[in-house]
Design a protein around this ligand. Structure first.
Ligand SMILES: NC(=O)c1ccc[n+]([C@@H]2O[C@H](COP(=O)([O-])OP(=O)(O)OC[C@H]3O[C@@H](n4cnc5c(N)ncnc54)[C@H](OP(=O)(O)O)[C@@H]3O)[C@@H](O)[C@H]2O)c1
Length: 325
């Protein structure tokens, strides 16, 4: 892209961000609100950044939100902060906290058991928890296993543990995975080198959990034996993070297909989205938008679908628009 092209792209992005900031102020009309104060949402990794903002916005719309963090003390501090934010000095009551480490299966199991006992189930699951250890032009894979474990395996385990707890509803339960454009299978500059594999991954009938795990495990093995960078097989930017988010995107599509034939009343709609380049601790506070703008599309997907708006399943979104995988 030439200099003028880049400028135009920047202008278009800025205009879209302004539109979204405006749209966020427009309240959902009463007749489009499929949810009420009994609607329960879980947001993983909601102690800071985009997860915190998603939780904050859902609370503002009247959803009962369970915020989570690996750190009990930090989580309870955030809970107090959210509770103090009611209008006219009123305490916000539609929020609670429970500890959750998505990289630890026993923590997920304990969390699921608590949800079952306390709430009998949930309506919305937002898999936001994630890690990335590279900034700028760095591309270290020192923490590749942790990145894959948290971003992909953690998301997968959360979906499997919470799926039986998704409440039956005529509106359908909703799962949203916070992903990244860096994980696009057919990204222009950052993608798998093997064209045949890329093609296979775009065909719904070829996709399986085994195939996704095989690709991810191959990457981890190559990181361990040091051969990962000697071929052009892997995305070139933030490689471990990109592989983890590609797996999240693929798993979203796979699960969406698996649940697509559920009968009315037991439907689950599973989608993913890219929040954009957001100023959070993950980016060392670099980016072109604030966390509240990055959270917007996530909230719009889980609340905006239904009644007079189309229902989506197995789709990828950014800036309130569907984008390609
Ligand atoms: N910022 C961006 O530009 C950008 C772009 C695309 C996608 N994303 C995605 O957006 C999501 C949120 O990122 P962010 O930018 O808001 O980053 P962040 O501020 O670093 O927040 C990450 C959150 O993940 C939680 N977390 C990390 N490991 C966890 C684990 N094992 N179990 C449970 N929670 C864990 C952290 O919570 P605790 O430390 O409290 O446990 C923290 O709240 C991530 O999935 C990220 O990949 C971000």
């Amino acid at each position: 892209m030439g200099k003028r092209g880049k400028e135009l792209a920047r202008e278009r992005r800025q205009k879209r961000l302004e539109e979204i900031s405006y749209l966020r102020q427009v309240p959902y009309p009463q007749n489009e609100r499929w949810w009420n104060s009994d609607t329960v949402a879980v947001v993983t990794g909601s102690s800071q950044g985009i997860g915190y903002e998603i939780a904050h916005q859902l609370i503002g719309h009247g959803v009962h939100v369970i915020i989570t963090s690996r750190d009990e003390v930090k989580g309870r501090e955030i809970l107090c902060k959210l509770r103090r934010e009611g209008e006219d000095g009123q305490t916000v009551v539609n929020v609670e906290f429970h500890r959750l480490d998505v990289a630890d299966e026993s923590s997920i199991m304990e969390f699921a058991e608590w949800v079952k006992v306390e709430h009998c189930g949930i309506d919305i699951l937002i898999n936001n928890a994630g890690v990335n250890f590279n900034f700028g032009s760095e591309n270290s894979v020192e923490f590749a296993e942790k990145v894959i474990l948290t971003n992909y395996v953690g998301t997968k385990h959360m979906i499997k543990a919470m799926m039986p707890l998704m409440k039956p509803s005529i509106h359908g339960a909703r799962i949203l995975n916070v992903s990244s454009r860096l994980g696009r299978v057919n990204g222009r500059r950052n993608r798998l080198g093997d064209a045949r594999l890329r093609e296979e991954l775009t065909k719904p009938n070829c996709l399986s959990e085994d195939l996704i795990d095989t690709i991810v495990n191959r990457f981890v093995e190559q990181v361990k034996d040091g051969s990962w960078s000697s071929n052009q097989q892997w995305p070139q930017m933030f490689t471990d993070y990109s592989v983890s988010k590609m797996a999240v995107n693929l798993f979203t599509r796979l699960m969406a297909k698996e649940v697509s034939d559920r009968p009315e009343g037991l439907k689950i709609h599973i989608n993913c989205y890219c929040p954009g380049w957001v100023k959070t601790s993950m980016t060392n506070w670099e980016g072109n938008m604030e966390a509240c703008d990055g959270a917007d599309t996530g909230v719009w997907i889980v609340l905006g679908m239904g009644l007079s708006h189309p229902i989506h399943n197995g789709k990828f979104f950014a800036e309130r628009r569907q984008i390609s995988f």
